[in-house]
Design a protein around this ligand. Structure first.
Ligand code: NAD
Length: 458
């Protein structure tokens, strides 16, 4: 798609938006139902595409992609009417006679840019919020997951009018051209590096943005943690999608006294989940591309391999791998890993861990494993991160009741459930004044007015 065609597309969406059709509750509800039916109709094709792109099993594709989307759509359908109602708020005594409301209005024409790691989920989940809030959508999927990108384009073209919701496929160059257009909102999921570019581009039209980025999310395992359960939940969180999850535990920080026990338990759970030879497991997710594979493979020497370590460049598979005795100086600790390699580092004082965390970039997630409530609260209070869990991994992402997003280098803004609707809505404040009387104090006047106003406002 060329520059002119993009301009035409955005103009058409803006014209449609300006007709006011999307302001209607019934219209939005219909679109969400259409989206739900679309996902059901194309379910088999989607499984096929996800298998093709990343070797995802149907089970993993359903639990981490399709199932999540159904939950989000159902939640939006259930609550949309309420979310759309203007909310009455209090009015101070200085405004006697008036009423105050907050109305949620759509921004207009939105651009959603998605990554490849959950190519369906991360493309459609923001679109649910955009549509629920009454916007139009242009979606740009990742070029690294071509099959899913093609199905997204196809099913959305067959379900929605282009002037309302459409897909523009392509790589970085297309993304850059799209960013030259005037958008009313940009929702980006991807790397911190590209997030910076998005924000810079958005600034030319002062377009508001949500940036869902990444980072190095630690799993801290304290001395009093239930080690076997911690190991199981860390292994699940890390190796789901072969570690290509934005909120995967990037590395483990374990109390030195329980490290041997934790490593032993993690090995056991890796075997239980993926078998003795994960490279032969037909359902084990592969690395998205050769470049990504080579980057990860180069990290293999950053620690002692105590589990895994085998790779197959032909099938792009990397075994779930545990690296012991990794240090902050190793290359693997300088960037987000985003693959099935799990470095383990030790600590003797939780205080030191918190200090170290305060001097690293704010991660998207943090997981603390330990039974002592006071220590749990200490970590939650003293360390800044997007969101996380106490005694679990990833699960905070899968509830529509919690806003999901980063802070600092891991992003800005949040979504899921009502937070998605809020993200794609402008809060318009309205004060409705009475005409039955007119309190004189605010107008320039005598001494009495000044003293009354002062008393009321202090
Ligand atoms: P990426 O930033 O390379 O690409 C994301 C999207 O941006 C793609 O659609 C791509 O085509 C486009 N893009 C790439 N370079 C661009 C440029 N220079 N200008 C404009 N657009 C450009 O990210 P990725 O490799 O697809 O995904 C992995 C990253 O995404 C990781 O850092 C991960 O942590 C992060 N992520 C975050 C979340 C979250 O919810 N916070 C979820 C998944 C992934």
């Amino acid at each position: 798609m060329g520059k002119i065609e993009m301009e035409v597309l955005v103009n058409r969406q803006r014209e449609f938006f300006l007709t006011g059709e999307t302001l209607d509750y019934k219209f939005r509800k219909r679109q969400l139902s259409k989206m739900k039916n679309m996902l059901e109709k194309y379910e088999e094709d989607l499984y096929h595409a996800l298998k093709n792109d990343l070797n995802k099993s149907e089970y993993e594709a359903f639990t981490t992609e399709l199932g999540f989307l159904h939950t989000e759509i159902n939640f939006a359908l259930k609550h949309l009417k309420d979310w759309m109602q203007p909310k009455k708020v209090e009015t101070p005594v200085t405004h006697k006679g008036s009423k105050s409301f907050i109305r949620k209005e759509p921004y207009g024409v939105t651009l959603i840019i998605a990554p490849w790691n959950y190519p369906l989920h991360l493309a459609i989940a923001p679109a649910i919020g955009a549509i629920a809030a009454g916007n139009t959508v242009v979606l740009k999927p990742s070029e690294f997951t071509q099959s899913t990108s093609a199905i997204l384009a196809d099913m959305i073209r067959n379900t929605f009018d282009e002037s309302y919701f459409t897909v523009v496929e392509g790589a970085k160059d297309i993304s850059q051209q799209l960013l030259e257009q005037r958008w009313d909102y940009i929702f980006f999921t991807g790397s911190t590096k590209v997030g910076r570019i998005i924000m810079e581009k958005a600034s030319q039209y002062l377009t508001p943005v949500t940036l869902e980025l990444g980072g190095k999310s630690p799993a801290i395992v304290d001395q009093d943690a239930k080690i076997d359960l911690a190991a199981k939940r860390i292994v699940w969180g890390k190796f789901t999608n072969a570690g290509q999850t934005c909120v995967a535990p990037d590395y483990v920080y374990v109390h030195e006294k329980v490290k041997p026990k934790l490593i032993k338990a993690m090995k056991k759970h890796i075997k239980a989940f993926y078998g003795k030879n994960p490279l032969q497991n037909k359902d084990y997710v592969r690395i998205v591309g050769k470049e990504h594979f080579d980057r990860l493979n180069a990290f293999m020497t950053d620690g002692d391999t105590v589990h895994g370590g085998h790779v197959n460049r032909e099938t792009l598979a990397i075994e779930p791998t545990i690296l012991d005795a990794t240090t902050w100086n190793d290359a693997i600790m300088q960037e987000e890993i985003f693959g099935p390699l799990l470095p383990v580092m030790t600590f003797s004082s939780l205080h030191d861990v918190m200090s170290a965390m305060k001097h690293t970039e704010k991660p998207l997630a943090l997981y603390y494993f330990g039974e002592n409530e006071k220590k749990q609260q200490q970590v939650m209070t003293n360390v800044s991160f997007g969101g996380g869990c106490i005694n679990d991994t990833l699960y905070h992402l899968a509830t529509p009741h919690l806003p999901f997003g980063g802070v600092g280098n891991s992003g800005m803004g949040a979504y899921h459930g009502k937070y998605s609707f809020d993200t794609f809505s402008h809060r318009k404040s309205i004060l409705k004044q009475t005409t039955k009387f007119d309190i004189p104090f605010r107008y320039p006047g005598g001494k009495l007015a000044k003293s009354v106003v002062e008393r009321l406002m202090k």
